[in-house]
Design a protein around this ligand. Structure first.
Ligand code: HEC
Ligand code: HEC
Length: 242
């Protein structure tokens, strides 16, 4: 009887571990598309859709001159949502006016494949070169002010961290990684949320935040986030590293 109880509890324990694992996997989907097909779309394009790397960079880290975002390493669920939103016109690309046509030119499966490929693509990107951007004549914010806004918020503004995590390292599946994202892209999207030209956020969460931000708040937050270190002192893993 005693032996039976022990083996029962082992079974319960093992089942418990597997059940927890299954829940974690469901909350953090890795993408079930075809990686090789996604890579081919990224590098060569498909049909009338040009190669993604021609605008998003060879490593998928984006480009400040073009205003394109980093895609590599972003959550699968978020990349796929954006591609679906462009395809249905829930989101409009008003930076280069290309992404709506690009998303529509791909099939549903293609969009899944390229999102799967990009989500698992690991790159060593330290963020935008703020010195070069300032020298090019674009105003750059103050990252120390941005850090306090992102991590602690202000009396009017909830901390970005409360949704996007420490250093903007994201919280899957809904909250995108905004740390180590391109400066130019961060600024343009925050302005789009503020004036409502981007409104594909669930429950207007981002519009409500951005409406309370001044131009300086936007530039400061972007200056901090683009070079933000996702690891805190003595902590070499984020909750999503594995
Ligand atoms: C001609 C340039 C160009 C090409 C080619 C291009 N993109 Fe884009 N992409 C952009 C621009 C510009 C934006 C920002 C648009 C905006 O402001 O909404 C963007 C945004 C995105 C976003 C939104 C990311 C985010 O963080 O919200 C995704 C996803 C994306 N592109 C995927 C792709 C994929 C996949 C391909 C290839 C099939 C591709 N792009 C090809 C210019 C391009
Ligand atoms: C209440 C939760 C919440 C808070 C607080 C919040 N965000 Fe967001 N944010 C979101 C959600 C949700 C999205 C994804 C919207 C979508 O699906 O397109 C998002 C998207 C974004 C994007 C677009 C990312 C991309 O790749 O397209 C940026 C930039 C951003 N947030 C910046 C910020 C900044 C900066 C702050 C703090 C000043 C902040 N957010 C605070 C919920 C939040």
């Amino acid at each position: 009887m005693h032996k039976y109880l022990i083996s029962m509890s082992v079974v319960a324990f093992v089942t418990g571990v597997f059940a927890t694992g299954a829940i974690a996997a469901a909350q953090f989907p890795k993408g079930d598309g075809n990686v090789a097909s996604g890579q081919s779309i990224f590098e060569n394009g498909k049909g009338d859709v040009p190669a993604c790397n021609s605008c998003h960079g060879a490593d998928g880290s984006g480009d400040d001159n073009m205003g394109t975002p980093r895609l590599s390493g972003q959550w699968f669920s978020f990349l796929l949502k954006q591609l679906e939103d462009y395809a249905s016109d829930a989101r409009t690309d008003n930076t280069m006016f290309v992404m709506n046509a690009n998303a529509k030119g791909l099939s549903k499966q293609d969009r899944r494949d390229v999102a799967t490929y990009l989500a698992q693509k690991k790159i060593d990107f330290k963020g935008s070169d703020l010195k070069a951007i300032a020298e090019g004549g674009t105003e750059v914010g103050k990252s120390n002010f941005g850090k306090s806004l992102v991590e602690f918020g202000s009396p009017e503004l909830s901390a970005c961290k409360s949704c996007h995590g420490y250093a903007g390292r994201g919280a899957p599946p809904v909250y995108p990684i905004i740390g180590l994202q391109r400066y130019t892209y961060l600024v343009s999207q925050l302005k789009n949320w503020r004036d409502g030209t981007r409104s594909n956020d669930p429950m207007s969460q981002m519009q409500k935040v951005a409406q309370k931000m001044s131009d300086d708040d936007i530039r400061n937050a972007a200056a901090y986030l683009t070079n933000a270190n996702p690891y805190s002192m003595g902590n070499f893993y984020t909750p999503y590293d594995h």
